[in-house]
Design a protein around this ligand. Structure first.
Ligand SMILES: Cc1ncc(COP(=O)(O)O)c(C=O)c1O
Ligand SMILES: N[C@@H](CCCC[NH3+])C(=O)O
Length: 431
């Protein structure tokens, strides 16, 4: 069995330097995670404000000297306080629902910097976005084009539109988070895009302003982006020949982060390659990006407490108080998240499956991890800032976790832990 020394030499937090060991205890910035857990309970999502800033700065730096609008893909983490931070950085927002638009407005974001994606936009959502004055609708089908034109005309407005094109490229990522292949429901097939643009130009309620694609998530190579870009550039040339001039090009989000041993793709590497291609074509389009995971993923952890250690003939289980309802990624994608002891022990380690209390065999957070733990110990599930709390649910009547944003020595409770009353709000017994 590996000893504690082996464990510690492996324990380089994915969110370093903001998540770091100090005197053999895991801290976020200047705040002890154990102290937060003791005050606020577990499971607990904890985010680092400095990590958000650093992730944002990487995009800002890469964009310097170019016309770029970063629209935070807020589905990754839509807590109002997180959105408020991005609004303060000057970010725009990529939204996929009327609810997300309401959050942006509530958090002080600028609707004029909002792009509205999603395959199923309803009439009320279109109305809301038109009234708010969003920058652009990323339209994903021909029926949606027609509906949007009708809604805009009825409101005496003109809707700015991009067509989300499905370029049929392989993003080389998990099939569930790949979105730019022919078989995916997203976007308009690249072969049909020209006809769709011709229609958009004719429809009275629309103003064609751009082109958009988003090929998937957790991408670590630049080549899928460049393959998609090549296809968009040839479409842009065809459109120009027909007198349809675009103002912006939206390459979506998708940049990956380090969960395990991945090498993330830095925004600067992607943007330099994109700017070079645009310059080669003599194009001066505004570039829009919609990053989510790469802005927040490694800015957060999920803190959980070991309830029981269960040793069976086949396996050792560490049963913790966070489950698939709190962090769904492992159950849904067999996703790998690092597990760090908050106060590492000098004891013999064992190989554990870290599992939750939910009545599903898919309720696991990590498999085959070498840990020296006892009941009552705290663990940090890493890289939980993106697609963590936002995908949480109430299965097994489990109230959702609290969320905290740490800023240096200070911390702010940005979401209170749910109570049983929160859980049943809206339910009614029969008379
Ligand atoms: C349209 C769109 N834009 C942006 C994003 C954000 O993606 P990511 O978190 O991978 O950067 C997504 C999610 O995959 C998306 O569907
Ligand atoms: N929820 C996914 C990402 C989905 C991106 C949305 N298009 C994940 O956790 O990796």
């Amino acid at each position: 069995m590996p000893s504690l020394t082996d464990q510690q030499s492996l324990a380089i937090p994915a969110g370093q330097p903001y998540f770091h060991y100090r005197d053999s205890e895991l801290f976020v910035e200047e705040v002890s995670l154990a102290a937060l857990a003791s005050q606020l309970g577990t499971p607990l999502y904890v985010y680092s404000k400095a990590a958000l800033q650093t992730a944002w700065d990487a995009y800002a730096q890469a964009a310097k000297g170019h016309q770029v609008l970063v629209c935070y893909g807020m589905k990754a983490n839509s807590n109002l306080a997180i959105l408020q931070q991005f609004a303060r950085f000057g970010s725009g927002f990529d939204i996929v629902s009327g609810g997300e638009l309401k959050r942006v407005i509530k958090a002080g974001g600028n609707p004029g910097k909002v792009v509205f994606s999603g395959v199923g936009k309803e009439v009320w959502e279109m109305e809301l976005a038109l009234e708010a004055g969003v920058k652009c609708f990323n339209v994903e089908s021909v029926p949606e084009l027609r509906r949007l034109s009708d809604v805009a005309t009825r409101l005496s407005k003109v809707a700015p539109v991009s067509l989300r094109v499905n370029p049929d490229v392989d993003a080389q990522t998990h099939p569930y988070i790949s979105t730019g292949l022919k078989e995916n429901k997203f976007g308009i097939a690249i072969e049909s895009a020209l006809d769709a643009y011709r229609l958009a130009k004719e429809l009275p309620g629309l103003n064609v302003v751009g082109v958009d694609c988003h090929i998937g998530s957790q991408i670590t190579e630049v080549s899928p982006y460049l393959d998609a870009l090549d296809k968009l550039l040839s479409l842009i040339a065809q459109l120009k020949a027909e007198g349809i001039e675009l103002h912006h090009l939206d390459l979506g989000g998708g940049l990956g982060i380090r969960y395990d041993d991945e090498t993330p793709l830095a925004p600067g590497i992607l943007l330099d390659a994109v700017f070079k291609k645009l310059a080669d074509k003599g194009l001066e389009l505004e570039l829009v990006l919609e990053p989510g995971r790469s802005l927040v993923g490694n800015a957060g952890v999920l803190v959980t407490e070991v309830q029981y250690l269960k040793h069976t003939e086949d396996k050792d289980f560490a049963i913790v108080d966070a489950g698939m309802n709190d962090l769904m990624r492992p159950a849904l994608y067999e996703a790998w998240h690092g597990v760090l002891p908050i106060k590492p022990r000098s004891a013999q380690a064992r190989v554990y499956d870290v599992v939750g209390p939910v009545c599903e065999s898919a309720d696991w957070l990590a498999k085959s991890r070498c840990l020296a733990v006892q009941e009552g110990d705290l663990l940090a599930i890493e890289s939980a800032g993106a697609y963590g709390f936002v995908m949480a649910g109430h299965y097994n009547s489990r109230p959702r976790a609290a969320e905290v944003l740490v800023d240096g020595k200070n911390w702010h409770l940005i979401r209170a832990r749910e109570s049983f009353d929160d859980l049943i709000r809206g339910e009614r017994l029969l008379d």
